[in-house]
Design a binder for this molecule. Sequence first.
Ligand code: GLU
Length: 507
Amino acid sequence: MSEKVRVRFAPSPTGPLHMGGVRTALYNYLFAKHNGGDFLIRIEDTDQTRYVPGAEQYILDSLKWVGLTADEGPENPGDCGPYRQSERKDFYKKYAQQLIDSGWGYYAFDTPEELDEVRNRAKEMKMPNWQYNSITRSAMKNSLTLSEDEVKQRLANGDPYVVRLKAPRNEELRLHDLIRGWVVVNTSNIDDKVLFKGDGMPTYHLANVVDDHAMRITHVIRGEEWLPSAPTHVLLYRALGWEDSMPSFAHLPLILKPDGNGKLSKRDGDRLGFPVFPLEWTDPESGEVSSGYRQKGYFPEAFINMLAFLGWNPGTEKELYTIDELIADFTLERVGKAGAKFDADKTKWFNQQYLRAKSNQELAELVKPYLDKKGYSASQSFLETFCGLQKERATFIEEMVDESFYFEAPKELDSDTVAKKWKPDTAAIIEQLKVILLNIADFNEDHIEMEFKKFLDSNGYGFGKVMPGFRLLVTGKGMGPSMSAICALIGKDEVISRIESGLKKLR
Ligand code: GLU
């Protein structure tokens, strides 16, 4: 039997989670669940200089909001804990040592100033992309160039050092990516990455590989920006003797700006008129607030459905997917290589579809807080009917309460409609209609509809001669949902009183 699928989402808490990060988590989750496997969360917080307070909690809260529950993570550890790299610090040192002992790693003592100097000199000589690598290392200060005694002495003195990977020279390295196919790199193009720092902390590369191995990760599914690091990781698996259990790689396509010009970045968000973050985020330093999908009124299911289609498609026309349906249909074979353009209108469309699909009962619960804010209240059955009428016209719950006429008489009558539709004979016609309405014993939608039609027929009036004026007085507007339904909902007394006071205003 093949081993159990285990994947991880491994964010660094250097800021709020971008929607691209949520998509990476989602694809990991869907892949795990589709294959009956485990989805892990691991916090990669080894770079203390980039630590942002609140970011980890924000990431965990975001995943909770969209319902991506981890099988193992910092909040529900399994047998591979801890799930925060800063708490695994002691774990990495022995691997750094192992790499040095086996010749795959070496000490480097070059100071930041010395490195800058070399880089600048290279730039002056028109070689802008200087790298610490299989060629340049021989001219640097490291355990490959210094005498054994000097290295010992420096270490004993506590001189600052790092441990670097000794990338082999001029070898062909082939790596298979489940989305991109074979990627071939010459190892001379791989630089000698820093793996471990003198302060006792590993860098991303070492910690990431060591933990993927320790946590029995079978598939590494992450953003395309990590593809250039993958050859280094393959070398590390080889160097640590873990090549046989190396995970498979899948690098997800970029999410592009709506115009297709470049990657959608954290800075794009509100600038382009839509959130890039799942939840609202307040920068702890500047206090700047960035909007979030949740606070903008998006349903998590709609947000997830939209994200699922940013890079994946089922190959059919079907677009509305519950999470269980996504789990059933999701495969990496159907994830594309090309960048996926973000579409803010499509995101709204998804929300609208989810709003319409909700029952009136559920919507009634959801609108209550917004009605409270406006000081409106109504019975449950009133609210359910109200939601049934408003849901076809709204993308967000908040928009459903835009119309106040359901809850109070219109304060103003739309001047445009008055100018265009209120004719010299309209008042008299509405007076006639009022009598008809007053005589309807059981004031329900069907009866109102029937009596209204009868009224038109028996007087030879066209619909356009009566309806606009009638609607104007009752709702203050020129357009809206069915008038019979609105009247039945607000009740006969209210309708009559609005007609009377409207007529007075327009006299
Ligand atoms: N910590 C990396 C990040 O922030 C994880 C990359 C990976 O999945 O290997 O995206």
